[in-house]
Design a protein around this ligand. Structure first.
Ligand code: DQA
Length: 144
């Protein structure tokens, strides 16, 4: 099982940005946690982060035929990007939307997720553990 873990804008600043919302763990800490879990569940993974919407679109498109599942935290693009919705639909790779915080309990503009209708599940408000939950959900789906 090959999983692509994609992170959108400003997630590289975890540990620095709004720790009261996102916690004190750094992006490197998040990657280590994901890598350890991947080893535990026998998944091959690639973890990527970009601040650019089009780069996320390219990566989602490239996942077709190469990865069995995508864990996607589109960050702020969640709430703005039809292009990401279209990319997930076009790629046809099972995708789980993940958020460290729970955007539905924050400002009203965060309550819209453009990508959600294209995703097989959404895990939100569970901090870094949410990525692991998303990986488990994909494993269940791919193994079934
Ligand atoms: C986020 C939530 C988004 O609303 C926000 O723009 C982010 C991070 C999260 O992981 O909680 O950058 O996706």
């Amino acid at each position: 099982m090959k999983l692509l873990i994609l992170n959108g804008p400003n997630l590289n600043l975890l540990g620095v940005r709004e720790p009261e919302i996102y916690g004190n763990g750094t992006y490197a800490d998040l990657c280590k946690l994901i890598e350890a879990h991947a080893a535990a569940i026998g998944a091959e993974i690639e973890i990527r982060q970009t601040n650019h919407e089009g780069v996320l679109v390219d990566w989602i498109q490239e996942a077709r035929g190469k990865f069995d599942g995508i864990v996607l935290n589109p960050a702020a693009y969640t709430h703005t990007s039809v292009a990401l919705l279209d990319a997930v639909l076009a790629a046809g790779v099972p995708t789980v939307e993940v958020h460290l915080s729970d955007p539905d309990r924050r400002e009203p503009f965060r309550r819209v997720s453009y990508v959600r209708p294209a995703c097989v599940a959404c895990v939100k408000g569970r901090g870094p553990e949410g990525y692991l939950e998303a990986m488990n959900l994909l494993k269940l789906k791919i193994d079934s």
